[in-house]
Write a protein that binds this ligand. Sequence first.
Ligand SMILES: [Zn+2]
Length: 222
Amino acid sequence: MRYTVLASAVLLLLLPRAAAGADPDVMSDLHVTIRTYDTSSLPPDARQAAIATATGILALAGVTAVWMECDAVFVRSTGDPCLAPLGRTELSVRIVRLPPKPGHAGILPLGYSLVDTKARSGALATIYADRIAGLAVNCNIDFGLLLGRAVAHEIGHLLLGTPEHADKGLMRALWSRESITDSPESTWVFTTRDARSMRVALQTRAAEQFAHAIREFLILNP
Ligand SMILES: [Zn+2]
């Protein structure tokens, strides 16, 4: 396990797709559900902008994002989907605050993902909202926009199952002021190769989820 840091009817519907080995390039319904756990008290407009940005970046990669707010701290009732075990096509993104130590002058991670490099898979990412907010002010860029890019970046790590980075684009490691202010919006996307790898990974996850559901069904209906 490594940390990567950023400086029933349903079954029938799933079966043909999983069994046919369809080309992920032509599949249009690859979904990933993303549970968010926000303890940073994001302003609603920033949250909305971040989700719209991340959704758009993933859509360009052929992945449909479904968001599930699990932020509320009230006692949850039985049946709440936020209490269910995380499925293979689900990810968790924590949005927290972690101010730097006084006098800190080096590079600050903006977030990290927990990735199993052997399984080439991950499920949990953490984003430091306060650090991204500070960077957004420094770059004179919308906080929600930058936050959404960071969320998409970490989701990329989880779906690609790797801590590796690119020299440029969304999956670059270091988000300097220059890279943010000088790089046009069109560069903050997944590469064609990464997008295809994510779709293949999601297809595999969906097949695993289907196999798990079949096992559960057979256990409950011997
Ligand atoms: Zn990264």
